[in-house]
Design a protein around this ligand. Structure first.
Ligand SMILES: Cc1cc2nc3c(=O)[nH]c(=O)nc-3n(C[C@H](O)[C@H](O)[C@H](O)COP(=O)(O)OP(=O)(O)OC[C@H]3O[C@@H](n4cnc5c(N)ncnc54)[C@H](O)[C@@H]3O)c2cc1C
Length: 337
């Protein structure tokens, strides 16, 4: 994908107005292919179906742009309810969350106290909590929170983004913590991150191999079949136990690979986002992969019966507005240098 298209979708994911409005629309633009439902009840069946095929899950109560303490408290309560539901339904599932949801941008102490409540609840039912990594501006703060908290809570892990120059040294610091290794989904400057696909992929493979030779559990989170193939043969060659790692994929992606991985005896976990705050997450997925745009076109212009819709005007207007907002922002940035 050209950088321009990627920038466009990343800028949409950062647009608070569109995110807020999208909550009112319900799932649109084909988002239901990648977001499992609007509430926990609607995703329980999805998790059960995956579990029945030997696939575990990690649930993400979607939430972006939290700027009020009341919003962070609501997010905390929802996550706690999700943990309780996992327990009640006996699901093979853990939690993924973002510290900005819990108030990282408002006050670090406040965020930490919300987070501790979640960790306490999860610890009583032995449920693992993963801290997703976000933009670099939040990265250092998140590491700081983890440093303060991790000795008291063994049920906690986090993410290393291979596009960051500092990924290897941070991974070293976290060598006794469960890690999810990803390439990185945000737009970062060349001052802190590799910017070419080759460099990011090379670092991902290097870090994955290093972790696999260690002893702490690692989630290899990628849809890249070439990397998966290379790591499978690395594991075989080095006689690495399959118990020490899992592959992770996002809900709705590369589903054709699931059963084969399970048949081959690998652990597989699906990252399952849900909730009405789907827009930012969905836009980041579009930024990653141009083919996903087909889903939008299909959803905007065609009904479930595959017939052309009569009035795709609303979403057509949305698309045009989005382009205009984005162009205006870009021009402003250009003026400011
Ligand atoms: C489980 C999970 C959790 C994540 N958590 C985070 C997080 O906390 N923080 C963060 O910054 N990022 C996170 N990400 C996103 C991640 O950083 C990448 O942006 C995203 O995974 C895209 O990189 P990739 O390695 O999957 O494949 P890409 O580099 O996008 O693609 C590589 C190649 O794989 C093939 N491919 C990829 N996708 C498909 C597909 N759908 N169908 C067919 N072929 C395909 C294509 O040949 C493509 O050229 C997460 C990703 C996953 C899978």
């Amino acid at each position: 994908m050209t950088n321009l298209t990627k920038d466009f979708f990343i800028s949409l994911s950062n647009n608070k107005l569109l995110n807020t409005n999208a909550k009112k629309w319900g799932f649109r633009l084909g988002a239901d292919k990648f977001v499992a439902g609007t509430n926990m009840d609607s995703v329980v069946e999805t998790v059960k179906e995956l579990n029945s095929r030997g696939i575990s899950g990690t649930l993400d109560n979607l939430g972006e742009f939290v700027s009020e303490k009341s919003e962070a408290r609501i997010a905390k309560e929802e996550i706690i309810r999700t943990i309780e539901k996992i327990n009640e339904e006996n699901l093979d599932c853990h939690i993924s969350l973002k510290l900005t949801q819990l108030g990282l941008d408002i006050d670090q102490e406040f965020c930490m106290s919300n987070f501790k409540e979640i960790l306490e609840t999860a610890a009583t039912s032995n449920i693992f909590i993963n801290v997703d990594m976000e933009k670099y501006v939040h990265y250092l703060k998140a590491l700081d929170v983890l440093k303060n908290i991790r000795a008291s809570y063994p049920n906690i892990g986090t993410v290393i983004q291979s596009y960051l120059y500092r990924a290897e040294s941070d991974m070293e610091q976290l060598k006794d913590v469960r890690i999810r290794l990803v390439k990185g989904a945000y737009k970062e400057s060349s001052q802190v991150a590799y910017c070419t696909k080759e460099e990011i992929d090379r670092n991902f493979i290097k870090l994955a191999k290093k972790r696999l030779l260690g002893y702490t559990f690692t989630s290899i989170a990628t849809h890249d079949h070439k990397i998966i193939k290379e790591l499978k043969s690395f594991v075989q060659k080095n006689n690495i136990s399959k118990e020490l790692f899992e592959f992770q994929m996002l809900y709705g992606f590369r589903t054709e690979m699931y059963d084969e991985l399970i048949r081959e005896g690998y652990n597989l976990c699906t990252y399952i986002p849900f909730g009405d705050d789907w827009f930012g997450y969905f836009m980041r997925r579009l930024a990653e992969r141009p083919q996903n745009l087909n889903l939008i076109v299909k959803d905007v212009f065609y009904g479930k019966d595959n017939k052309l819709k009569r009035q795709p005007i609303l979403l057509g207007t949305l698309a045009v507005t989005s382009v205009l907002v984005w162009r205006k922002k870009r021009n402003k940035k250009g003026e400011a240098g």
